[in-house]
Design a binder for this molecule. Structure first.
Ligand code: AMP
Length: 215
């Protein structure tokens, strides 16, 4: 699943992973966790993330492929925030290609673009709060006082500051939007309107994916 910052990928991914009982793999969350824990990966990516840039393709691809080797991904998985460049999409295609032992039971790769107008994205990012302890997003507009997941304090995300958001939007347009062209003609590609109530977006994604899997 891909879409601009603030399109609702994280919120939707949590719901969908629960619905389909598959792991939710958020590259942003994996990286934020590495930064929090000050691992070598975290130290390497901290400044890039804070500035709103993209982490190196080879590095993030290694992180994702390591995660996809875990047995819990066998029945399927939901990628949130990867791929984000055409080079990453090519790596994912190679990774998902049927091996010598026949097609991977996880096939097919279904691609969902969550699209939201820019002014709505900017409005959402200005209001977004995340948990300082576990990184979870606030799940609705009303409860910013404490995290519904762990009770931690809610704070703005460092990369949601206005100048960083501008940079992330520009990075999205330049580096990620070309995925529309890359995936556009595939039978497994769907665009979903993310500018609706969260429940409506979830239903629309489930319907789009069902539609792909039925064909
Ligand atoms: P997100 O939570 O998906 O908005 O990701 C937060 C930040 O993590 C991004 O602004 C990037 O700096 C980094 N990041 C996450 N996923 C990727 C990726 N697939 N490729 C490069 N950088 C990424």
């Amino acid at each position: 699943m891909f879409g601009p910052p603030g399109a609702g990928k994280g919120t939707q991914a949590v719901r969908l992973a629960r619905t389909w009982a598959i792991p939710h793999i958020s590259t942003g969350a994996l990286l934020r966790e590495a930064v929090r824990a000050e691992t070598p990966l975290g130290l390497e990516v901290k400044a890039i993330m804070a500035a709103g840039g993209l982490v190196d393709d080879a590095l993030i691809t290694r992180v994702v492929q390591e995660r996809l080797q875990q047995p819990d991904t066998k029945p399927g998985f939901l990628l949130d925030g990867y791929p984000r460049t055409v080079a990453q999409a090519q790596s994912l295609d190679e990774f998902m290609a049927p091996g010598p032992k026949g097609p991977d039971p996880r096939d097919p790769l279904v691609i969902v673009e969550l699209f939201v107008p820019e002014e709505e994205v900017l409005r959402r990012l200005a209001a977004r709060m995340v948990c300082s302890e576990c990184g979870a997003n606030a799940q609705d507009d009303r409860d910013f006082s404490s995290c519904s997941n762990c009770g931690g304090t809610m704070v703005p995300r460092v990369d949601d500051a206005e100048d960083v958001v501008r940079k992330r939007m520009e990075v999205y347009r330049r580096q990620t939007e070309p995925l529309v062209e890359y995936y556009g003609k595939r039978a497994t590609f769907r665009r979903v309107n993310g500018d609706q109530l969260a429940d409506e977006v979830t239903s629309a994604i489930v319907a789009a994916v069902d539609n792909v899997l039925r064909k």
